[in-house]
Design a protein around this ligand. Structure first.
Ligand code: ZN
Length: 168
């Protein structure tokens, strides 16, 4: 668990539908949007470089990733995206690459020792913070052409980081 001097909740999740749907304004009519949210739980280990807190040591979290997809049009089934498709595509990737693995920065000196010991690692080129793990999952969703607008990573029940990609 990461300790922070002031407030360790970087962003509080707002009520569903309140954040991303444009407000009505005289200049432009709001565009109706459908929003689909999928929650994926997984366990991971990490440690943070250049950080003076508990997370500088190897440890683990029970995390929840909240993936939010939005779009204006539904398919012939009346779906923005099938929940099963998100599970099959994204949950499978998380299960195979992040779940019960150490997520570490590739510059972390402990990497060589852990690899030598046969530990399963997932290496990224940045510090494995909740923010960067949220971005990582978002990029995986984007690579699968999912209309992802936001990924939140609840590192603990009270601490969450959210990544929003640039909207095209
Ligand atoms: Zn941690």
């Amino acid at each position: 668990m990461r300790t922070r001097p002031c407030n360790n909740t970087r962003q509080t999740i707002r009520e569903p539908y309140s954040a991303a749907i444009p407000r009505h304004s005289p200049a432009s009519e709001p565009t109706p949007l459908f929003r689909v949210t999928q929650e994926i739980e997984f366990c991971y280990g990490h440690r943070l470089l250049n950080y003076d807190g508990k997370c500088r040591h190897l440890h683990g979290h029970n995390a929840r990733a909240i993936i939010v997809l939005e779009g204006e049009k539904l398919d012939e089934r009346g779906m923005l995206i099938d929940f099963s498709d998100i599970k099959r595509e994204l949950r499978t990737w998380i299960d195979e690459h992040l779940d019960h693995r150490m997520i570490l920065c590739d510059r972390d000196p402990v990497v060589a020792m852990l690899q030598k010991s046969g530990e399963q690692l997932y290496l990224i080129d940045s510090n494995p913070t909740a923010e960067n793990i949220a971005r990582l999952i978002c990029e995986q969703a984007q690579q699968r052409k999912m209309p992802v607008v936001e990924v939140s990573l609840w590192e603990t029940p009270r601490s969450c980081a959210t990544y929003r990609p640039e909207q095209s």
